[in-house]
Write a new protein. Structure first.
Length: 83
């Protein structure tokens, strides 16, 4: 069975002054100055990484398309970073 739900969480690193990712999507490593930049990278790369790293060729051949479409649970940081 293909995993259909993945999570991405943005965390703030006060020392480096960047948002970084915590995720169960293999290969997804994000660092960004703003949440908006973080989201841009996430939305641009997350689906491609899920297809490349979490869905096998047999899954693609044998699983109905509706069962292959992943859900990404995106969690914005709880506390806004101080500029």
């Amino acid at each position: 069975m293909v995993k259909r739900t993945f999570f991405v969480k943005a965390l703030w690193d006060a020392d480096a002054k960047v948002f970084y990712s915590e995720s169960d999507i293999e290969g997804l490593h994000i660092e960004a100055d703003t949440v908006e930049q973080f989201e841009d990278v996430m939305f641009d790369t997350a689906i491609d990484l899920i297809v490349a790293n979490h869905i096998s060729a047999p899954d693609l051949a044998d699983t109905p398309l509706r069962d292959l479409i992943p859900a990404i649970l995106w969690q914005r940081p709880d506390i806004p970073a101080a500029a």
